[in-house]
Design a protein. Sequence first.
Length: 135
Amino acid sequence: RFLKEHGMPLGELETDGIVEVLCITGDHSKVQGIFPTEKFAVSFFTQSFDLGIRVGALAGSSDICVIIDFDHLGETGATCVASLKEFGTPPVIIGFGDPATNHDGCNAFMRFPFEGPLLLAQVARLMDVELPSVN
């Protein structure tokens, strides 16, 4: 952020137009490989504390989407959502897992297992990202 504010070159750090997808899950294979790298930068976390640090570092950005595996977090999933909503510009939050879990506060929720393209379409819609059409 300092470099950008002072007009310094960012090189590989430049992320304008890239949506940060922060995924908290114990099994990366549930989400890995779904998002095209030219539009999305995906990071994985296993603990909500580490996720919170990353969201805090990106504070003020409107290009943050958090995907929460409620089957992984269990009862702390709802606490994680509530904490994320307290940021100045709260991220878009998509939850997945057992629909019986408390996922209040999520912008969207998907039952797991799901098709990868459906999750990609949901994130693209909520984050206003245009995806190339598939012929």
